[in-house]
Design a protein around this ligand. Structure first.
Ligand code: NAP
Length: 231
C-alpha cells in the first residue's frame, strides 16, 4: 500500500476520516473528499477535495482530473430522521437515496474507469439493512440496496474487488449536535445493550476498511462491524 492512491469520499469526518488517517499512516497517498472544508486539526499528509456526490458531472470531472487510483472508499451518507410509513416524506427519502445509494453508484461508476485492476472499491451500508426496526424504513432500504450493489459490482468489475462495510452504532457527528454528557449517556445506554458492552469508535471501522483494501482474496463481502448488534 506504500504510495497507493486511496480516495475516501466522506473522508472529511467520522468513519471516513478515520479510514483516511489509517491509510495515510500506512504510507498511502490519500485524498479525502466531501462538501465541507477540512477541519482545523487536519493532517497535512492527507489531500482534500470538494465534491458533492449527488452531482454526476462533478463526480465525473473529479475522477477524470485525478486519473489513476488504487482504492476507492465511500462513506458518504445523509442525515435522515426516523419515520414510519404513514408519516414518510417521500421527497426527503428520495434525497437520502440520492446521496447514499446513487452517490455510491456514481462514485463507483466513475472510479471504475481509472482504478487499478489490483485495486478495490469499498462501499458503506449499515446494520439496519438486515435488522427490521419500525421507523427505519428509508435507512433499511438504502443499506440493503448498497449490499446488493456491492455483490453485483464484485462480479461486474472483477478483477477489481468490491466489498461493503456495514457499521452498527458508531459514535460520530451523524448522531447530531448534543452536549457531551448527553452523548456519553446515549453511548452508554446503546452500548450496554450490545454483546461487546460499548458502541463503536471510528477506529474500529477503519480497521475493517483497511482489511478490505488490503486482502486480495476478499470480494463481494459484507463485513458487519457492529459489536454484535445484529445478533
Ligand atoms: N455512525 C453510525 O452510527 C452509523 C451507523 C450505520 C451506518 N453508518 C454509515 O456510515 C457512513 C459514515 O457515517 P459517519 O457516522 O461517519 O457520519 P458522518 O461523519 O456524518 O459522515 C457522513 C459523510 O457523508 C458526507 N456527505 C453527505 N452528503 C454528501 C454529499 N452530497 N456529497 C459528498 N459527501 C457527502 C459528509 O461530508 P460533507 O458534509 O462534507 O459532504 C460526511 O463526511 C454513512 O454512510 C452512514 O450512513 C453510520
Amino acid at each position: 500500500m506504500k504510495d497507493a492512491t486511496v480516495v475516501v469520499i466522506g473522508g472529511l469526518s467520522g468513519i471516513g476520516r478515520a479510514v483516511a488517517e489509517r491509510a495515510a499512516e500506512e504510507g498511502a497517498r490519500v485524498i479525502a473528499v466531501g462538501r465541507r472544508t477540512a477541519p482545523a486539526d487536519w493532517s497535512k499528509q492527507i489531500e482534500t477535495a470538494t465534491l458533492d456526490i449527488t452531482d454526476e458531472a462533478a463526480v465525473e470531472r473529479f475522477f477524470s482530473k485525478l486519473g489513476a487510483l488504487d482504492h476507492l472508499v465511500v462513506t458518504s451518507g445523509p442525515v435522515i430522521a426516523s419515520s414510519r410509513l404513514t408519516d414518510l416524506d417521500v421527497s426527503a427519502a428520495k434525497d437520502a437515496f440520492d446521496v447514499k445509494v446513487f452517490g455510491q453508484l456514481r462514485a463507483a461508476k466513475q472510479a471504475a474507469r481509472y482504478i487499478a485492476k489490483t485495486g478495490s472499491i469499498t462501499l458503506t451500508s449499515g446494520l439496519l439493512a438486515r435488522k427490521a426496526v419500525p421507523g427505519a424504513l428509508v435507512k433499511a432500504t438504502m443499506n440493503a440496496a448498497i449490499e446488493s450493489m456491492g455483490k453485483t459490482l464484485a462480479k461486474e468489475l472483477a478483477p477489481v474487488r468490491v466489498n461493503v462495510v456495514s457499521p452498527g452504532m458508531v459514535e460520530t457527528g451523524m448522531w447530531g449536535e448534543m452536549p457531551e454528557a448527553e452523548r456519553k449517556a446515549m453511548a452508554a445506554k446503546a452500548g450496554g445493550g450490545l454483546p461487546v458492552g460499548r458502541v463503536g469508535q471510528t477506529g474500529d471501522l477503519a480497521q475493517a476498511y483497511w482489511l478490505l483494501m488490503t486482502n486480495g482474496f476478499m470480494t463481494g463481502a459484507v463485513v458487519d462491524v457492529d459489536g454484535g448488534g445484529l445478533l
